[in-house]
Design a protein around this ligand. Structure first.
Ligand code: NAD
Length: 347
């Protein structure tokens, strides 16, 4: 088992990475929240490892389109029905969608109760379960309602990934590649040289990604600076998610296309060489991740950038790789250059 520490001004906890689930205990009541798919596959093994005064289970519908206030309300309803109180603990048992919703519900239930993340997708294990960003979507866009609420522990059990389908697995790999490109050239080379279908390489890559994320969160919990770099690929990716109504691509797939678009922008600004763009694209494609999206209306695509939370005072923010292992957060890019890149993807 590997343990990685997260240390923010107000909290400190560990991400436990292992191939089994350890015993998890809580003195008071526990509310496990999951969805039908994850509960059907793995709830029994979780229940066998949880020790608490009383354990309740709340099942919410599966999917990004249920990352809504309605799901939050059903969790709160369950918590009130079973008389949970401020000593209780919520457990998020699922992928990033469940993790984000449950973290938010835990953050607002009686002004905040503790919660544990037990991520069951690769994306959630390497990224979303760590760092305390929680939230839900509404029709204006993604993750627009939420708060920072750190979990009291994260248990990433790699054996849960055995039931994950290959497309979901690859979506998680996109986030791993994201971390490597922005923060660690040696890790990027490791990913080029090793296949993550091999368990020991996967275990290394999960731990390495969590280590990178931990470093970033420890330095900048509330995303005043460097944490924004974790959104590499997301400025473009969120627009694609919005334009395709969250239905054609998975989140990680949009991030993969978004990284490729950001790379072209970085290339135009002399931050990334053509050969480096090609290496990143090749690595994404090795995991069957999409790297292209045909933009039908560049002006409309450009306008959608302004839905992004990072775009403050009408200034667009782009996260651009600076070589391999480096990153720049830029809000000074000429509209003309951005439109040129969008134009490249409209052909
Ligand atoms: P997801 O939660 O929708 O899970 C993907 C699918 O896999 C679902 O159908 C789920 O039921 C299923 N699943 C989960 N675990 C499984 C398992 N072990 N075996 C079989 N099937 C399993 O999607 P995701 O990719 O995990 O997360 C995406 C979400 O994460 C997005 O909403 C995104 O905004 C959010 N996110 C948040 C952060 C953050 O910092 N909070 C970071 C990145 C992404």
């Amino acid at each position: 088992m590997q343990e990685i520490s997260i240390q923010t001004p107000e909290s400190s906890y560990k991400v436990h990475i292992a191939n089994t689930l350890p015993k998890i205990s809580h003195k008071s009541k526990v509310l496990i929240v999951s969805n039908p798919k994850v509960a059907g596959l793995h709830l029994q093994s979780l229940l066998a490892n949880i020790q608490a005064k009383e354990v309740y289970v709340c099942v919410i519908p599966d999917g990004e389109r249920y990352k809504t206030m309605q799901s939050v309300e059903s969790i709160l309803e369950c918590a009130f029905t079973h008389r949970l109180d401020r000593n209780s603990c919520f457990v998020a048992f699922g992928g990033g969608v469940v993790g984000d919703i449950v973290g938010f519900a835990a953050g607002i239930f009686q002004r905040g109760v503790s919660f544990i993340q037990i991520p069951t997708t690769l994306l959630a294990q390497v990224d979303s379960s760590v760092g305390g960003k929680t939230g839900i979507n509404n029709h204006f866009g993604k993750n627009l309602i939420g708060l920072f609420h750190q979990p009291k522990a994260v248990y990433a059990n790699l054996s849960f990934l055995q039931t994950l389908d290959s497309r979901e697995f690859s979506a998680g790999v996109a986030e791993i590649i994201k971390m490597a490109v922005c923060f660690d050239e040696t890790f990027f080379e490791f990913l080029e040289q090793n296949d993550l279908s091999d368990f020991k390489h996967l275990q290394y890559a999960v731990a390495k990604s969590v280590e990178i994320k931990a470093r970033v969160v420890n330095e900048d919990e509330k995303e005043k600076g460097i944490r924004a770099a974790l959104n590499y690929g997301h400025t473009f990716g969120h627009v694609i998610e919005n334009l395709t109504h969250y239905s054609s691509f998975l989140h990680g797939e949009c991030v993969a296309i978004g990284m490729n678009m950001a790379n072209r922008l970085a290339y135009k600004l002399n931050l990334l060489q053509d050969s480096q763009c090609a290496r990143i694209e090749k690595l994404l494609e090795r995991y069957n991740l999409p790297t292209r999206y045909k933009i039908s209306n560049c002006a409309e695509f450009y306008e959608k950038f302004f839905l992004d939370k990072k775009s403050k005072d009408s200034q667009l923010t782009f996260i651009l790789p600076q070589g391999l292992g480096g990153v720049q957060i830029r809000n000074d890019i000429d509209k003309g250059v951005i439109m040129e890149v969008l134009g490249e993807f409209s052909k």
